[in-house]
Design a binder for this molecule. Structure first.
Ligand code: UDP
Length: 328
């Protein structure tokens, strides 16, 4: 099986690339390195370029006889998507259309798509199943939903089969400690808390402690990045075996508050940084917890990292080994 990972030098993509090395006959990564890192994929062949460059993508698909694509190439900051919607619509939608057209032109029929819980918007019930209404509250979530709708049409019209994976809060790092999360600037809770506990930043800011939750802080469903990576491989095997398209949630099914994350990180690192409470971040729902029963029942996927401490420990291990992230 010859595989292209678009956006494979990013946080989740690079963890998948590591797992794919035992699965793929040929493995190629396409990444514009706008947020990804060359060093995150070792010696794997990297083409630096845009997923919206149709001539380039068509050439990669043809020359490598690509059978299947994993698609991660997207901008993913919720806040930025509301201040610069055009950037998100262009990159996450327009480029994706060019990419899908290349796939059709080259007869590549399988895609595993990196979607998001952001497609659901404000939760109407918990845990969130795949049947939950999809009413995104930000442009980022809207772009993921539009991509899913495009995939549905490409399936109906061209027979392109896909699995769309709606992640909840991806966190943690590969157990080797050699690859992990390195966003600049970092906005995600776990790396920010770990770095504060390591003395790499001044303080932790809690965005809102007046939510209707057990301790007033937001509750999220943290899922280990290596568990996500394994789900992608199961998804591809499923598409090939069944020739069907599906949508699945990926989460642990357990919610942890911001305070839980801070307490657990302090316990692991033995360091207590300064903590400040700030106003709520616009657009943050109080609770986001997934039901992943569908993928468990249909594909046999179950997370290996169930405990929050284990997820945080793996993140800490990465940051300890690489306090400045990837060098290049
Ligand atoms: N959060 C926080 N302080 C931070 C970063 C995040 O209190 O410095 C909160 C945020 O409001 C949300 C949760 O932590 O409730 C998870 O945020 P993150 O950005 O990691 O993921 P999101 O749920 O937005 O995808």
């Amino acid at each position: 099986m010859n595989i292209l990972v678009a956006g494979g030098a990013g946080y989740i993509g690079s963890h998948l690339v590591k797992e794919l090395q035992n699965v793929a006959d040929k493995l190629v990564v396409l990444d514009d390195l706008s947020t990804g890192h060359r060093d995150s994929i070792g010696n794997i062949e990297l083409v630096i370029g845009s997923s919206g460059n149709k001539a380039l993508v068509t050439n990669i698909l043809r020359t490598n006889n690509i059978d299947a694509v994993f698609y991660f190439a997207a901008h993913s900051l919720v806040g930025e998507s509301m201040s610069n919607p055009g950037k998100y619509l262009r990159n996450n939608i327009s480029f994706a259309i060019e990419f899908l057209e290349s796939m059709v032109e080259c007869g590549v029929r399988y895609m595993v798509f990196s979607s998001s819980a952001a497609v659901y918007g404000e939760p109407a019930f918990y845990p969130i199943t795949e049947e939950h209404p999809t009413v995104p509250t930000n442009v980022y979530g809207a772009t993921k939903l539009i991509f899913e709708e495009m995939l549905d049409w490409y399936d109906r019209i061209y027979g392109l089969k896909y699995v769309s994976l709606r992640y909840f809060n991806a966190a943690g790092a590969d157990q080797s400690g050699q690859i992990g999360e390195d966003h600049k600037p970092e906005t995600h809770l776990i790396p920010l808390v770990v770095k504060a506990c390591m003395g790499l930043s001044e303080k932790i800011i809690i965005y809102g402690n007046d939510y209707p939750t057990k301790d007033g802080t937001c509750v999220r469903d943290y899922i280990h990045v290596s568990d996500l990576a394994r789900a992608h491989i199961l998804a591809l095997k499923y598409i090939i075996a069944s020739d069907q398209s599906k949508i699945y949630n990926l989460g642990n099914g357990t919610g942890y508050s911001v305070n839980d994350v801070i307490a657990s990180t302090i316990k692991i690192t033995g360091k207590k940084p300064k903590i400040e409470v700030a106003p709520r971040r616009p657009g943050d729902p109080a609770v986001l917890v997934a039901s992943s029963k569908k993928i468990a029942n249909e594909l046999g996927w179950n997370p290996e990292y169930i405990k929050l401490e284990d997820i945080i420990y793996s993140a800490w291990n990465w940051h300890k080994n690489n306090p400045s992230g990837f060098q290049q």
